[in-house]
Design a protein around this ligand. Sequence first.
Ligand code: ACO
Length: 332
Amino acid sequence: MLQQLGNGVSVTGCGSAKLTNHLDNHMLSKIVDTSDEWIATRTGIRQRHIAGEDDCLKTLAAEAAQEAITMAGLAPIDIDLIILATSTPDDLFGSACQVQAELGAATAVAFDLTAACSGFVFAMVTAAQFIRTGVYQNVVVIGADLLSRWTDWSDRRTCVLFGDGAGAVVMQASERDRLLGFELRSDGALNDCLKLTYQSQFKELADDAAVQHGTFQPITMNGREVYKFAVKRVPEVIEKALFRAGLATNDIDWLLLHQANQRILDAVAERLHIPSERVVSNMAHHGNTSAASIPIALDEVVRAGKVKVGDTIAASGFGAGLTWGAAIFEWG
Ligand code: ACO
C-alpha cells in the first residue's frame, strides 16, 4: 500500500566509518619509487586510510550507516531500504544483506549497486525513485569501498591514489522535495581507461567439460585519459543537473565532488566559476575512496558545522564504467 507522507526527498542524516590504520606518502615511498612531493603536487593526497586485518566492508558500511540513522533521529528498524554502492564487496553475491543484518534493520530490503566512483550518486538517485513513487519512506544509501584489496601495490601510477572508507546518508520522504535535480551518464566505449577486470582461466574438469575459473586482476588506469574525461564531463553533468533544478552555478553553496584528485577538483571548480572556499576537499587525509568519498566528505563538513540546513549541495561522482553523474540537493 502506498503511504501518504509526501513524495519529496530529503537527505536528513550522514555518517562515516572511522578507520584507524593509515598509510602516508612517506610510508608509500618505501614501497614504490615515489615521494611525498610528487604525490602531493600531482594529487593533493598526503595520506589514506587502509582497512586493518579485522576490518571488512560490511562492518565499516554498517558503522557509517548507523551514524547516519542516528543523526536522522531514526532506529535501524525504521529503515525500509538499504542500497550499498560498492565495487569491493566482501561477497560477490552482494554485501548489502550482511550490512542489514549487522545493523539489525530487520524489515529493510537490501541490495548492492555497482557504478565504481559514481556509485554513491547513482545510489542516491535510485533511492529517490523509490521514495518519489511512495513505495519507501526511509532509505539508507551507503558508499563503501576497500580498494586496497584490488590495488597493484607495485604500480606507483595507481597505488598512490586510493584509500579505504565508508560513508552513508539517510534519505527520507518529505512534503517538500529537496532533491532538486540530477543527471546520470555512462560510456562503456571508454571502459578501458579504468578497470578491475575478471581474467578467466579455462580449466578442464573432464574430457568434455571445462569451466572459466579465474579471478579479478588489480586496478589498471590510463591516468591522463581519466583526467581529461573528468575535467570535461563533470562540469557538463553538473550544469545539466542544475538546469533541471532551475538553478545556476552561483546558487551552489557546496561543490561536493568525488575526491579523486585535487587538480580535478580545482579544474572543475574553475570551469564552473565556483570559489575554492565552497569546494569540499578532504583527499589530503583520505585519498580516493571510490564510492565512499562523497558521503565521507559530506559527513565531515556537516559535523564540522560548515553545511547548514537549507544549503544547496552539488554532488558529482565519476569513474570506472565510465560513469558520471550529478545530484543537486538541499541539506536537511
Ligand atoms: N611517483 C613518482 N613518479 C610517478 C608516479 C609516482 N607515484 N606515478 C607516475 N610517475 C611518473 C611516470 O612514470 C612518468 O614518468 P616518465 O615521464 O619518466 O615516464 C611521470 O611521472 C608522469 O606520469 P603521468 O602518468 O603522465 O603523470 P600525470 O601528470 O598524468 O599524473 C595522475 C598522474 C596523478 C594519475 C594524473 O594522470 C591524474 O590525476 N589522473 C586522473 C586519475 C584519477 O583521478 N583517477 C581516479 C578517478 S576515477 C576513480 O576514482 C576510480
